[in-house]
Design a protein around this ligand. Structure first.
Ligand code: TXA
Ligand code: MG
Length: 329
């Protein structure tokens, strides 16, 4: 199958036609690109799992264009949850509700809850609205690969497997949405993202944070898989000193290392190879996945500086630690 990359109104129109014909289509969102299909049709959902090579026990998020689109998909909607929805949707967050009958079990991997997300990205919302149905969509990478933040990334993984990639340029946020389970007494973050625990606690009082990298009893089944991994080994350096020591050690071992660092410290690298992730936390967040994808093509060992625990960087480090299998130097 030929995979087209198109942008603009035409792309949205073609994408919606393909979805209505039962196909799957990649589309941009502000977090990462998604691989969408009709969420209410199990055969479309099956195509998504197949194109990604995704295990069937890892549920998909259902994407909507308007707040009202939530109601048919859920069996319960409390006042507290209404507050969360009104404050954070549209935005980089996925909310888990008890699912209604119309949501196929294949979407939720047999779970009684459904994850719902309304992207802020206008192209995404226009596309979903034109489809006239909720859109089930995981990130548009092949399973276990880094999530795509450009149409080109999607093409690398999905070429020949899907008919269309809607190109909306670079994803603004750069990491996947925060996943928040609203079906528990205390709402619980299953995956940290750009909407932080602090931001949520401000609106709902208390939130349970998701800590630790690989939790087997984790209610987000996806969290137990190795995720977001570049194809070359990656480690995290606790400071610039350790980073330089590790770099030189691997270089002497005959490897071609590459460092992922902040803009402020590039001068300490000398003639060693590096990628500048940016100066601010939001730049670092926007660039991290591109940096991993580009680096794996030009080096054989990635060393990422510890980006710290502040706000957004906590979420970025969650991905970096997964990609490195938690290896620190
Ligand atoms: O930003 C995002 O969320 C992107 C864009 C495309 O919207 N999507 C995305 O989807 O990252 P995916 O499938 O790559 O990650 C969804 C995560 C998985 O870890 C999955 O297990 C979890 O959310 N999840 C989805 N539905 C769930 C449910 N009902 N209960 C528990 N976890 C759920
Ligand atoms: Mg994913």
């Amino acid at each position: 199958m030929e995979t087209l990359i198109e942008s603009g109104e035409q792309a949205i129109k073609l994408g919606a036609e393909l979805i209505r014909a039962g196909e799957i289509v990649a589309f941009p969102t502000e977090t990462v690109y998604g691989l969408g299909g009709n969420a209410l049709d199990s055969s479309c959902v099956a195509k998504i799992y197949e194109a990604k090579g995704r295990p069937a026990d890892n549920p998909l998020i259902v994407h909507i264009a308007k707040i009202e689109d939530i109601y048919p998909l859920v069996s319960e909607f409390s006042e507290r949850n209404k507050k969360v929805v009104e404050k954070f949707m549209p935005g980089p967050i996925t909310l888990l509700f008890p699912k209604s009958e119309i949501v196929p079990n294949s979407v939720t991997a047999g779970l009684k809850t459904v994850g719902i997300r309304m992207p802020k990205c206008e192209i995404a919302r226009k596309f979903i609205e034109s489809c006239g149905t909720p859109i089930a969509a995981p990130s548009a990478n092949a399973s276990t690969r880094v999530s795509p933040t450009t149409a080109k990334h999607v093409y690398e993984d999905m070429k020949g497997r899907i008919p269309l990639i809607i190109d909306g340029g670079d994803s603004e946020v750069g990491i996947e949405s925060t996943v928040l389970d609203l079906t528990r007494g205390i709402p619980t973050i299953l995956r940290p993202g750009a909407i932080t625990a602090e931001m949520l606690a401000e609106v709902i009082g208390s939130v349970r944070t998701h800590k630790g990298e690989v939790i087997s009893s984790a209610p987000a089944p996806g969290m137990k898989y190795k995720h977001y991994a570049p194809t070359v080994p990656m480690v995290v350096a606790k400071d610039m000193n350790s980073l330089i020591v590790e770099y030189d050690k691997q270089y002497k071992n005959g490897l071609k290392p590459l460092a992922l660092i902040r803009g402020q410290v590039v001068s300490s690298m000398g003639d060693r190879q590096y990628v500048n992730l940016g100066f601010t936390d939001s730049e670092v967040c926007r660039n991290i996945y591109s940096a991993m994808r580009n680096s794996e093509k030009v080096c054989d060992y990635i060393i990422c500086i510890d980006l710290g625990e502040n706000g957004l960087c906590k979420s970025v480090m969650n991905r970096v630690l997964k990609a490195s299998g938690g290896k620190m130097v």
